[in-house]
Design a protein around this ligand. Sequence first.
Ligand code: F6R
Length: 247
Amino acid sequence: MKLEIKIIQADHYEEMSRLAAAQVIQLVKAKPDAVLGLATGGTPIGLYRELIEDFRANGTSYEGIHTINLDEYVGMTAENSNSYASFMKENLFSHINIKPENTNIPNGSAENLEDECKRYDALIESFNGADLQVLGIGRNGHIGFNEPGTSFSSHVHIVELSQNTREANARYFPSMDEVPEKALTMGIASILKSREILLLASGHTKAQAIKELLEGSVSEDFPASALKNHQKVTLIADQDALQLVRL
Ligand code: F6R
């Protein structure tokens, strides 16, 4: 059977965010003890805003929900304002009724990073993967911090961030020198363990990556192409991100 990525077209970022939120909310209501795999970055901020609005307006409860985040910078404590732990608190967790102890992010400041990878792998294993993993995509096709060349059988691991990725993330830091050089990330195999994957893409800077994903071959040179080996992937993308694809 040929596996196909389901494509949902949105007019713009706000619509992409609303459509993504509708899917997350549906799962949270249907399975109040679901495990959500979450991402950081600019792409899911609108989705998180929608979830917060829905929580305030409709009281959708996250009391029994667990979360596992994709990645964290090495050398950052959860308290550091540039950490992904802070990002998640600021953009989602502190605005909904999720239990802090049910939220999980790799510890980038762990003394022994190899042990931390093992701990996080075991945690993902204990959940048997996420019910739904939210993903963004890098301009070079990275998912999580899995840069081109990462093995499709990779689990949680330490990565050297590419110059391309560091430059893309520099907007969050006072200067390029302060952008971390390493991160802990779920591997491709950890991501593919989730029962369902929701890939979000918005804006013209993602157009080339989306074209490559939908029209290119499956190769470790383009990490997101691993998603074509998964049976349930939905891409929600706006017109700008889809502009190079003939649908
Ligand atoms: C974030 C992550 C990254 C981002 C990707 C896109 O947790 O794992 O793969 O999803 O770099 O970033 P944005 O959304 O900022 O364009």
